[in-house]
Design a protein around this ligand. Structure first.
Ligand SMILES: [Zn+2]
Length: 250
């Protein structure tokens, strides 16, 4: 298989499904054991995670070493900065319900938010390959450009159900949602677009490829704004929420 980003070198590197830095931020460096160890859930199966570098939380090889390493490292760094900022400023972000990239990246915010967008674009591409889909060509071609047009739009929303959990429980709620392929109503071999999500604690990033974003889930962002305005959603129904509240009182 050829690397989906450069489309020239052999894919011999595995991208993390869940970022090592996200796991170590919440659980420490590991290895993990005992009651506070992270639990990994995939397709309904639960297993313990031994360490943040576990193969359980990596995709099959779909990138070359260069594209998964040095050339995309600034994107990973921008993401780490963003998530660290989110954890450190939780209270004020949740009160204001927006994020000013100047507060995250300083004077360099224009580049910072673009690199962050590229992190998410890489994450999205790896997920599509994992699902056996072809990554639309506008995605691999945006990584090394300062301005680009793409069908991938992102917005961010607060998961209100996770917010009712205490920090010690929600900080380790890290993962990725189900990806959905949107088929044409009249021609079910034709793909109209994709949607997906990933989350760290209450902050959920929603991905919309050629699908118009749900405005309830936040302002639309394509690496083109100093601010993101957070949307809001409640994935649990009333009964599930009541059960969660009862469980938290125990
Ligand atoms: Zn490559």
């Amino acid at each position: 298989m050829t690397c989906w980003i450069c489309n020239t070198r052999k894919a011999d590197s595995r991208e993390h499904i869940i970022k090592k830095s996200d796991i170590t931020r919440a659980f420490g460096k590991g290895s993990y054991s005992g009651g506070n160890a992270p639990v990994h859930v995939k397709n309904g199966k639960i297993s313990n995670l031994q360490g943040a570098d576990s193969n359980k939380i990596k995709y099959e090889t779909s990138l070359c070493k260069a594209c998964n390493g040095a050339s995309t490292q600034p994107f990973d760094k921008a993401y780490d900065k963003f998530i660290s900022y989110m954890y450190a400023n939780e209270t004020s972000i949740l009160k204001k319900r927006f994020i000013d990239f100047f507060d995250v990246y300083g004077e360099e915010f224009e580049k910072g938010q673009r690199d962050l967008y590229k992190y998410y674009a890489k994450s999205f591409g790896c997920r599509l390959v994992d699902a056996g889909e072809v990554v639309p060509s506008d995605i691999p071609s945006l990584f090394f450009k300062d301005s680009f047009s793409t069908g991938l739009r992102i917005n961010f929303a607060v998961n209100e159900d996770i917010l009712i959990m205490p920090n010690k429980d929600r900080d380790g709620f890290i993962g990725k949602g189900e990806s959905t392929v949107w088929l044409d109503k009249y021609d079910n071999k034709k793909i109209n677009g994709y949607t997906w999500s990933e989350h760290v604690s209450w902050l959920t990033a929603f991905f919309w490829y050629n699908i118009f974003p749900d405005g309830c889930l936040g302002s639309i962002w394509v690496a083109d704004s100093q601010f993101i305005y957070l949307g809001s959603f409640e994935p649990l129904d009333n009964e599930q929420r009541k059960n969660l509240e009862l469980k938290l009182q125990q």
